[in-house]
Every structure is written in C-alpha cells, then in structure tokens.
Design a protein around this ligand. Structure first.
Ligand SMILES: NC(=O)c1ccc[n+]([C@@H]2O[C@H](COP(=O)([O-])OP(=O)(O)OC[C@H]3O[C@@H](n4cnc5c(N)ncnc54)[C@H](OP(=O)(O)O)[C@@H]3O)[C@@H](O)[C@H]2O)c1
Length: 332
C-alpha cells in the first residue's frame, strides 16, 4: 500500500530492470517537451533514475512553460509556441513529446488547435534528426461497442469532437514531416493513466466513497498505471520509425463502471448510486501490440482498483483534474 505522496512519487518513478537495460542500449540525452503536466515530472524522474542505474552519463532535460524541479533533471522554461525559443533548445537524439492543450479545456478552441498542430510543426522542424515519441490519445478512434476488444492500430481514425480532432491533427503534422524529411516517430496513443492523484478509477472511487452518483453514459474505459505508461513511453524510443509507428498504450482489457462501482462499494461499505441511461459504446483501445513488443503492464486493473481504494480511504491528495470519466467525448 502506498501511504503518502513521497511513496507515490517514488513508486511512479521507480525504474525497473527493463528500463535500465533499455537505456544501456540507447545512449544519448533525453528531452521531455511539455514536462510540467500530470505525467511529465514522474517521467523525467524515471528517466533520471534509470539513466543513473544504467551508469550511462546523460542529460535529462525537462521543458515546460514553468520550470519543473526534479533532482538531476535540467529544467528549461520555454513556450513551445515561440519558434525562436524552440530553436535555442539543445539538440537531443531522444525526444518525448508530451505537450498539448489540456484534456477537458473549455473555450478558446483556436488555442487548442495551435497547441496540437502548430507546435508539432515547430518541434518537428527543429528536431528532424531525433527520435520522437509523440504522446497522442485513444480519442482519435471512434467509439466502440463495450463488448468489443477495442480499436486496433490498423483501424481508421474517426475522432469525435474538436479536442480529439486536433489530436489527430497533431499526428498528421508529425506524419507530414516524417514523410517529407524522414523524421522517426511513434504515435503513442494512450488511454488513461492512473496516478492515484487523478485518473478515472480514482474518480469512481471518490464518488462511491462520497455517496455521489456515477454516470453510466460511458459504461467502460481502459486504464494503465502511470508508471507502466512511463515505461512504455521510454521504451517506445526504440520503435521510432518512418513512417511513424502507431502504438496503443493501455492496460489489458476494459473495466466497466458497474464493475468498478461494485468493487469500491464493497471496499467502502457503501451502496453505489448511478445516473444517466447506460451507454452501449465507449472509447476503448486494444493494446495487445505494445504488450507483445514490450511486455505486459506490471500492474493489473484489479491491482489498480485496490491501490485507488487504499488511496481514497486514507484521504490521499487529489489533483482535481478532469479525466475521461468527466469529459466523456473529450470535447470542449
Ligand atoms: N494523462 C493521460 O491519461 C493521457 C491520456 C491520453 C493522452 N494523454 C496525452 O499525453 C500527454 C501528456 O499527458 P499529461 O496528462 O501530462 O498532459 P497535461 O497534464 O495536459 O500536460 C501537458 C503539458 O503541455 C504543456 N504545454 C501546454 N502548452 C504549452 C506551451 N505553449 N509550451 C510549453 N508547454 C506547454 C503543459 O504546460 P502547462 O502546465 O504550462 O500548461 C503541460 O505541461 C498530453 O499530450 C495528453 O494529451 C494523456
């Protein structure tokens, strides 16, 4: 059981032997763009700790508008919409691209499009010789029947709503630079990291605990422990290619809102309350390809539910960030 913020942050950035071996085989500095959000700090720390354990000297550089402070990580403040500032960033063979306008942002759609399509053009142009893992989202697919195994990488994109459309736009811009200039990328289509301070499962746990009703409009979802997502991101540097390789990244199988509610209600001794008509479709991804290439996630959905229940029960902090559960179609 993770009993506090220190333990949580330590667990999220704990490198596994697989991370260490990977970095021994892939030398060179690592640049994380958009490192100031929910995932960047733990990813930067994981890279630092894995690089130290691998005894391969390298810089881990975190770029965000507001400098982040992580031990051993070089922080640079930079607005990625500023082409001139981006031109001054250091060359790096490995780039993890996390920047994006926040999921669930409301208003200002032109800024969302600028962040999700203009910044990719600036960054792709600046880092043409790098390998870039481009964080994307399962929102680029259409909604799937809850009984299905989820969208595969070979399925055509069909994003619903402007946020999801702009995320497909981000991929298309990198794809253009890949086709025209040979840029090597992975499109890292992530479905819903859980960090315990935020995430779909934690939202459900909190609502059951508080006796608040759960919407059944989107009846199922995919989740992945954020440390596992960080691990796949790092390892994906080894799969960057031209044309870009698409990888769905999430846990094994889907979890239904009803199943999660049942588990949390038993843990907390509460009766779950539901609202809205039960939907038949959801944004679901099949991540079997990334599991085949890089191994399965270390933490299962069942373990994540247990961790989320422990966290909520002990009054663990919350980031109060919108997640898939609250912003069902990713629209704004
Ligand atoms: N977390 C998930 O479960 C999940 C699921 C699917 C996809 N993703 C994608 O994965 C990526 C990382 O996820 P996340 O949860 O860490 O996202 P996040 O919390 O929204 O963080 C995005 C980062 O982009 C930065 N950014 C925005 N505009 C910028 C600018 N002009 N210049 C520099 N940085 C800028 C933000 O900086 P500020 O803090 O300054 O705004 C923030 O650090 C995102 O692209 C997200 O869409 C995440």
């Amino acid at each position: 059981m993770l009993s506090g913020l220190y333990e949580l942050e330590n667990a999220l950035s704990q490198p596994s032997e697989r991370d260490v071996v990977f970095l021994r085989e892939h030398p060179g500095d690592i640049l994380i763009l958009g490192a100031g959000g929910k995932m960047g700090p733990s990813l930067a720390r994981l890279c630092r700790r894995a690089a130290d354990a691998a005894e391969t000297p390298r810089r881990v550089i975190a770029v965000s508008r507001k400098r982040i402070e992580e031990p051993g990580v070089e922080a640079i403040a930079c607005d990625l919409l500023d082409r001139n500032a981006v031109s001054k960033l250091p060359d790096c063979p490995s780039v993890l691209y996390l920047a994006g306008r926040k999921f669930g942002s409301t208003g200002n759609p032109e800024l969302t499009w600028a962040m999700n399509t203009l910044v990719p053009a600036i960054v792709a142009d600046r880092f043409l010789d790098s390998r870039i893992v481009v964080f994307s989202t399962g929102n680029v697919y259409t909604l799937r029947d809850v009984a299905s195994s989820g969208s595969r990488e070979t399925d055509p994109p069909a994003p619903v709503g402007e946020y999801a459309q702009s995320c497909l736009g981000r991929e298309r811009i990198f794809e253009y630079f890949s086709g025209r200039y040979g840029l090597r990328c992975v499109f890292f289509r992530l479905n819903y990291a859980v960090d315990l301070r935020y995430g779909v499962l934690v939202d459900i746990a909190r609502r059951v605990h508080a006796g608040e009703p759960l919407s059944l409009a989107v009846p199922a979802f995919n989740v992945i422990w954020q440390r596992d997502a960080n691990f796949y991101a790092l390892r994906s540097l080894g799969y960057c290619e031209t044309p870009p390789r698409i990888l769905n990244v999430t846990g094994q199988g889907a979890i239904t809102v009803r199943a999660a509610a049942k588990y949390f209600s038993q843990r907390f001794g509460r009766t779950p309350l539901f609202k809205d008509d039960e939907g038949k479709t959801a944004l679901l991804s099949d991540a079997s390809e990334s599991h085949r290439l890089m191994g399965r996630p270390e933490v299962s959905g069942a373990q994540l539910m247990e961790m989320a229940a422990d966290w909520v029960e002990q009054g663990g902090v919350s980031l109060n960030k919108p997640t898939h559960f609250e912003v069902v179609d990713g629209n704004f």
